[in-house]
Design a protein around this ligand. Sequence first.
Ligand code: SF4
Ligand code: SF4
Length: 351
Amino acid sequence: MPGLGLTSVCMNKTVSFSKHSVNVFFHILTKCNLSCRHCYINPSQHGNEILPIETIINWLGAFTNTNKKANLIFLGGEPTLHPELGHAVKAAKQMGYASVTIDTNGYLFCDILTKITPDDVDFISFSLDGATKKTNDRIRGDGCYDTCISGIKQAVRRKFNTSLIFTISNENVHELSLMPPLIKDLGIDRFFIQVIGMRGKSAKPKKDRLQVDRNTWLSLIPAVAAQAADMGITVTYPKVFLNNSDVFECAGRVADNYFIFPNGRVYRCPLCEDYPIHSFEFIDNRLKKRSKITEEDLFALDIAEGCVMNKLVQPDNLSYNKDGTPGYKIACCLLKEEVPGVKSNKKGTPC
Ligand code: SF4
Ligand code: SF4
């Protein structure tokens, strides 16, 4: 990649899993105004409910009665379609959540920016899947690019901390290196690069492969992250590929992550979300552990390829040596690399 600064690569650090914090990813509804091509929301598995504010507050309370630091991300669907999102954000802070983030497609419904202040929320995170209108709108829908850029500008103008999530696939990887200058120009604080998961709509059979291959990933992502870091932007991206000598850890075994859906299902692993194998469930507003067989029975399996769920739901990213052994391991999808922005002293985010 000519022209990409690499001075920050040496500052990469793997963000270790921690048992001292709880990360809550709360889908408060599945309704959305968009219909993105890679949407992972699966209403038949996640429900169609718009959770009442009383239920949201009740469920939030299930993760704060510990001595662990609790981080919260509000998701949907599009969470700003929930008329009580502002109330939920303020309630979460009052309940002791150490950080609160809103992930949005940028439409910022219900005048959300007037319902909360920069003190109420740690980050507003915008999803954009192309550096150009053509690429982004092909994936996310007509008009989405302009609306999202306008939403980012409004949030920055009002002094909210902002981040941007770019979900990489073969449909937009060619524009990744254009993202750091765009992010810098918009005044966004943090850049999250995501790998597309084969779940929801992406799991449906397709003519072309969506996930970028290992060589492309390893040659491109660290270089673009370094380029962004040199511009002062802190970057987080999934590790994805481990060498055989690297230690593999499953977050389902060693960390405390909870992915909550409006039908009450609570997963520990995002790759399990298309299947009724959730670890917990809210029943009558109480968080109940489910009996076998759940995703936790899969986390316990040790395989040479690393992540069990990866092998089950998206094995195309694996490759094998002539003797049948895996060429490398696939990391937990929750294992991240972080490259701090040079001269950046902004607040960190929860995950
Ligand atoms: S904005 Fe999010 S929830 Fe809405 S369709 Fe796109 S990926 Fe799905
Ligand atoms: S992605 Fe794989 S390694 Fe991570 S929690 Fe799920 S099963 Fe475990």
